[in-house]
Write a protein that binds this ligand. Structure first.
Ligand code: NAD
Length: 261
C-alpha cells in the first residue's frame, strides 16, 4: 500500500528516544521530511543522521517541549528548512515511577506543564496553518496506563488521561478542516524506557532483572515486548491520507496486553 506521504513534513517530539526515533524513521522511509525534536542534542542528531544515512530527509532540532517561549522560533526554523508542519507527533518524556498518593503539588504542576500544557501549546501553534491548508495530522502518544492504570506510575496514569479528553474534543473541532487527531497507546515496546522501568522494579523488589522482564513479557498475549518499528509503522499509517476517516480514536499497540475491550 502506498501511504501517499511523500513530500509531507512531520515534527516528531522525543525523536531522539526509542518510540519517537522509530516513528521518525518510519515516516522518513515513506518520504516524509522529518524534524527530529528532542531535548537531548546527541540523541536527536543520532536519529537524524541514521535517517539521512538511509537516504531519508531529516534535521535534528534541540527543543525542550516544556519551554513554551521557544515555540515561535522553532516553528520558523522548521518552515525555513522543510515548510510548514503537516504532521505533528506529540511524544513527551515520561515522569518518574511513583505512587499516586503523596506527590507534591509542585511535582504535579511540573509534570502537567511538561506532558500536557506543552503538547496543547505546540498543537495550538500548528493548527491555524493546517486549517488554512485543509490538511493535518495530530498524533499524540500516551501510554496503556490511560486505559488500564499501571501500578506505581501514578503521575503518568493521571496526566496522560487529560490528553485523551483533549484529543477527542479537538478531533470534533477540526474534522471539517481535513485534520485528524488521534491517540496512540504503547503497551510495552522494547525501548530504553522499558529497560529502565524493569531495572527499577527489580531493584525495588530485590529480584534479578531477567526475572522481572520474563514476568512482564509473560503477561502479554503475543509473549514478547513490541518492536519500536511496529509502533512507528502504526503512527505512519495514522499520519497518512489513507487513514483520513480515523479520528478521535485511541489506538492500542500493545500485543493484546490491555485486558479490556
Ligand atoms: N516504551 C514503551 O513501551 C512505553 C510505554 C508506555 C509509555 N511510554 C512513554 O512514551 C514516551 C516515550 O517512550 P520511550 O520508550 O521512547 O522513552 P525514551 O526515554 O527512549 O525517549 C524519550 C525521549 O524524550 C526526550 N525528552 C525528554 N524530555 C523532553 C523534553 N522536555 N523535550 C523534548 N524531548 C524530551 C528524551 O531525551 C528521550 O529522547 C515516554 O513518555 C514513556 O513514558 C513508553
Amino acid at each position: 500500500m502506498d501511504l501517499q506521504l511523500n513530500g509531507k513534513t512531520a515534527l516528531v517530539f522525543g525523536a531522539g528516544g526509542g518510540l519517537g526515533g522509530a516513528i521518525a524513521r518510519s515516516l522518513a522511509a515513506e518520504g516524509v521530511s522529518v524534524v527530529v525534536a528532542d531535548i537531548h542534542e546527541e540523541s536527536a542528531t543520532a536519529t537524524a543522521e541514521a535517517i539521512s544515512g538511509a537516504g531519508g530527509k531529516a534535521i535534528p532540532l534541540v527543543w525542550d517541549i516544556g519551554d513554551l517561549s521557544l515555540i515561535g522560533q522553532k516553528l520558523d526554523a522548521i518552515k525555513a528548512a522543510f515548510g510548514p508542519v503537516d504532521i505533528l507527533v506529540n511524544n513527551t518524556g515520561g515522569p518518574p515511577p511513583t505512587p499516586a498518593a503523596g506527590q507534591s503539588p509542585d511535582d504535579w504542576s511540573k509534570y502537567f506543564d511538561l506532558m500536557v500544557r506543552s503538547v496543547i501549546a505546540v498543537t495550538d501553534a500548528v493548527l491555524p496553518g493546517m486549517r488554512e491548508r485543509k490538511w493535518g495530522r495530530i498524533i499524540t502518544s500516551t501510554s496503556s496506563g490511560v486505559v488500564a492504570p499501571i501500578a506505581n506510575l501514578g503521575i503518568s496514569n493521571s496526566l496522560r488521561l487529560a490528553l485523551v479528553g483533549w484529543s477527542k474534543t479537538l478531533a470534533r473541532e477540526v474534522g471539517r478542516d481535513g485534520i485528524t487527531a488521534n491517540i496512540v497507546l504503547p503497551g510495552r515496546i522494547a525501548t530504553g524506557r522499558i529497560v529502565f522501568l524493569d531495572k527499577q522494579k527489580a531493584k525495588r523488589e530485590n529480584r534479578p532483572v531477567a526475572e522481572v522482564t520474563a514476568e512482564s513479557t509473560g503477561s502479554i498475549p503475543v509473549g514478547r515486548y513490541g518492536d519500536p518499528k511496529e509502533y512507528g509503522d502504526t503512527v505512519s499509517f495514522l499520519a497518512s491520507p489513507r487513514a483520513s476517516y480515523i479520528t478521535g480514536s485511541v489506538i492500542r499497540v500493545d500485543g493484546g496486553l490491555i485486558n479490556s475491550i
